[in-house]
Design a protein around this ligand. Structure first.
Ligand code: NAD
Length: 460
């Protein structure tokens, strides 16, 4: 059986080797989840809630262990890894709370003459087995966004975490076992997307695929999944506008963090930053100074800001795109530096909208700063994207803020913040190339349940 080597992304050391799940193993896991479904679906809401809250508490108690593992297998700076653990505890807590309020409503059947004498209401029923496939960049919280709602709603699931970062999910599953989750309710399978993920997506058993990852893989999944529900949380080349009335004290540190946290490997990472020309010089001077002061290096250092990228291939791709942009006339305001998986933050100006660093999802520690003349120009540039996940606008002018809300075809508009803002109970997801459907615990539960109408004929 082929094996998966999980490495420490900073040192390159092998942390653990896992067997790769082939199609037969995936089939067995789906079978176990199917057999566990009837009992879990019939488990009372207060009991499902207690298990979710119990798991959240166990994760919280092991924060240090989780954060260290995330820092090592994902290369995420420790402070952001620890922040992810806090968020995932909250996500599972929201799921435990939502488990108790999954309900339908009554339907006024007599609104139709044909419905006279009838009483109608609907329930929300679990779907069955959910296939969950997750990316490397939030190995705990993006897993939580699938596991929490699936379990709260009474579904069982088969989870395939990213092959680069499966160990955090294994530790999470241990917390669920300790909290009393019955066998078979959450199955884990490990391996590359084209092997294990593909077998899971094509399997006819599950009722739904919930996927978070890149747009090309999402598009492929939609084609091969067959007759089942599909939720796709995909990428973005996220942008933010800074208007002249914005507070630079607020906007500068926040935009720097939004561009470079987790080496820019965040689906709502700030990649296109549009700054009004009236403040562009002052803004850029401060932006570059704050960027230069970032601490780059070992993610286990408590004060590290930027660690390594996930793989050599990812760093190669980013380097190629940056060099291509520089060859075509872009300017770097920070020194370009790359060592293996480490890529130092890059601030670019003089970029064009058709450069890959602008029009494709970079998923790397780079940002383009673009000047604009009028608010309408800036807004048009921000809106010019095939992606539609989140966008930001710094302004204290409500009329401008609402013009942006109306003009942007995105899942979320952040006013006086960047595209990167997210808390875990808000509806979250993208339009167009950024995906289909919404997460944010209550919204994911809606997409992981079927409406079941009950109609009583009380007429003569
Ligand atoms: P990826 O698409 O390469 O992989 C994501 C998951 O899909 C992994 O588990 C992988 O093994 C699996 N996979 C790959 N090929 C597959 C196939 N053919 N069939 C089934 N599964 C397959 O993405 P990544 O590099 O891990 O993550 C980065 C991407 O994820 C970026 O595009 C980012 O924007 C996106 N993302 C989106 C969100 C969101 O909520 N919208 C959040 C985080 C990341």
């Amino acid at each position: 059986m082929a094996a998966l080597e999980v490495i420490d992304k900073f040192t390159g050391e092998i942390i653990r080797t896992l067997p790769i799940a082939e199609a037969a193993d995936v089939d067995a896991a789906v079978g176990r989840a199917q057999r566990a479904f009837p009992a879990w679906a019939a488990t009372p809401a207060h009991r499902r809630s207690a298990i979710l809250l119990g798991a959240a508490e166990r994760i919280r108690a092991r924060t240090e262990e989780f954060a260290t593992l995330i820092a090592r297998e994902a290369g995420k700076a420790w402070k952001y890894a620890a922040g992810e653990v806090v968020r995932s505890v909250e996500t599972f807590t929201f799921a435990g709370e939502e488990a108790k309020r999954i309900h339908g409503e009554t339907v006024p059947m007599d609104a139709s003459a044909f419905g006279e004498g009838r009483v109608g209401f609907y329930l929300r029923a679990p779907l069955g087995v959910v296939s969950a496939i997750t990316p490397f960049n939030f190995p705990l919280n993006l897993v939580a966004h699938k596991v929490g709602p699936a379990l709260a709603a009474g579904n069982t699931l088969v989870l395939k975490p990213a092959e680069e970062t499966p160990l955090t999910a294994i530790l999470m599953a241990e917390c669920f076992r300790d909290a009393g989750l019955p066998d078979g309710v959450m199955e884990l399978v490990h391996g590359p997307g084209e092997v294990t993920g593909d077998a899971l997506v094509r399997h006819p058993g599950p009722a739904k695929v919930s996927f978070t990852g890149s747009p090309p893989v999402g598009a492929h999944i939609l084609k091969v999944a067959g007759l089942k529900r599909v939720t796709l949380e995909l990428g973005n080349n996220s942008g933010t506008i800074v208007e002249p009335d914005a507070s630079l004290d607020q906007a500068v540190p926040r935009t720097v963090m939004s561009a470079f946290a987790n080496s820019g490997q965040v689906c709502i990472s700030l990649q296109r930053l549009y700054v009004h020309e009236a403040i562009a010089d002052a803004f850029l001077e401060r932006f570059v100074a704050v960027t230069r002061a970032l601490k780059i290096g070992n993610p286990l250092d408590r004060d590290c800001d930027v660690g390594p990228m996930i793989s050599d291939e990812a760093a190669d791709r980013a380097e190629t795109w940056i060099r291509e942009a520089l060859d075509e006339g872009a300017r770097a305001l920070t020194d370009f530096r790359r060592e293996g998986r480490m890529l130092w933050p890059v601030v670019l100006t003089n970029t064009r909208p058709d450069m890959k660093v602008m029009c494709r999802e970079a998923f790397a520690p780079l940002v383009s700063v673009v000047r604009y003349r009028s608010f309408e120009d800036g807004l048009a540039m921000l809106a010019d994207s095939p992606y539609g996940l989140q966008a930001g606008i710094y302004t204290n002018d409500l009329k401008k803020a609402f013009r942006a809300v109306a003009a942007l075809d995105v899942g979320g508009v952040m006013v006086n913040d960047t595209s990167i803002f997210r808390v875990d109970h808000m509806p979250y997801g993208g339009n167009r190339m950024s995906g289909i459907g919404r997460e944010g615990v209550r919204f994911a539960i809606e997409e992981m349940t079927n409406l079941k109408l009950v109609c009583l004929n009380l007429g003569d």
